[in-house]
Design a protein. Structure first.
Length: 318
């Protein structure tokens, strides 16, 4: 008897608990067990059978909205571009009327900076003898205008055999290009020569460094020099640099062993190791070939027209 009463009491408690849960859910959702529905919002206009409401029909509302839109379209709109800036516009230099004081705005391109590069400072051994050679350049100025100095040459037996030095005004004409205007002076074993010089140099697509320079000398002499180089990085420190140079002249000049037309072409390969970025020893080969009238003059002087050379030297800049 007591067992049945206990079972009955447990079932009643379970039913009561379930009813409490259902009652709480109904209150939270706003629904009463009495079955009464939620009254309509008193702010919502009641719809009439003819499609109108107590506060006016939909057609009247559309007409009102259209009238308001037309009124806005008739408003005077100022020009989107051009004309005078409004009184509260930002100042052109972004200062908003605040002075710079002792600090003046300055672009980095106006700073004067310089550099000296010995691209080749080497000893060579070839068919036409042994010697030393150099190829260097330096510049000083701003990003837009620079004084540019170039020199190259070679010497044997303690004497300068053939050399030249050039001075240019270098003016930037593009992101990677500059025009050059200046003079060139040749000196060495033969008589010296002076030239007016003009050209361009820069960095072409695919990172080829190019230079093309024309020269005008006395007695109608003209010359052209074309140069190209490229850097192949095996590592960040081990770099192979192929180079090409070609020289052309308009007239024979036997005193300097130069003939008209394509005079000579040099192709070099130099492998350097950059101990520091500013200092790098290198070894390589250089091939010199003379053509046309210049080759005839070389043969008449007992020289080889083709001169392969082994080279070793250093590259440095500061």
């Amino acid at each position: 008897m007591n067992m049945n009463f206990s079972l009955y009491s447990s079932r009643m408690r379970h039913v009561t608990f379930s009813l409490a849960i259902l009652l709480g859910s109904s209150v939270a959702s706003g629904t009463a067990f009495s079955g009464e529905s939620t009254p309509p919002d008193k702010h919502m206009p009641a719809m009439q059978h003819d499609g109108s409401s107590k506060h006016g029909d939909i057609k009247s509302a559309d007409t009102k909205a259209t009238t308001e839109n037309n009124s806005m379209s008739e408003m005077s709109m100022g020009p989107m571009q051009g004309g005078s800036a409004p009184a509260n516009a930002r100042s052109p230099d972004y200062s908003d009327g605040v002075g710079y004081g002792s600090m003046k705005p300055d672009m980095g391109g106006n700073h004067l900076i310089g550099m000296v590069l010995f691209d080749q400072l080497e000893a060579y051994a070839g068919r036409n003898g042994n010697g030393v050679a150099w190829d260097a350049e330096g510049w000083y100025g701003s990003d837009e205008n620079k004084l540019w100095i170039r020199t190259e040459g070679e010497g044997t037996s303690g004497q300068i055999a053939d050399a030249n030095v050039e001075a240019f005004w270098n003016h930037t004409i593009g992101i990677y290009w500059g025009s050059q205007l200046g003079v060139r002076h040749d000196f060495g074993a033969g008589p010296s020569r002076n030239w007016l010089a003009f050209g361009v140099q820069g960095l072409s697509p695919y990172w080829f460094e190019l230079s093309a320079t024309g020269y005008v000398g006395p007695s109608g002499r003209m010359a052209t020099r074309l140069q190209a180089s490229y850097e192949i990085l095996f590592t960040q420190k081990l770099i192979l640099q192929p180079e090409l140079e070609a020289n052309l002249y308009s007239k024979d000049d036997p005193a300097t062993d130069v003939g008209r037309g394509l005079s000579d072409v040099q192709v070099g390969l130099r492998l350097r190791y950059e101990i520091r970025r500013e200092f790098a020893p290198y070894v390589g080969v250089n091939f010199v070939r003379k053509f046309g009238r210049t080759a005839d003059i070389a043969r008449a002087n007992g020289e080889n027209t083709y001169d392969p050379q082994l080279v070793a030297g250093i590259r440095l800049w500061f």
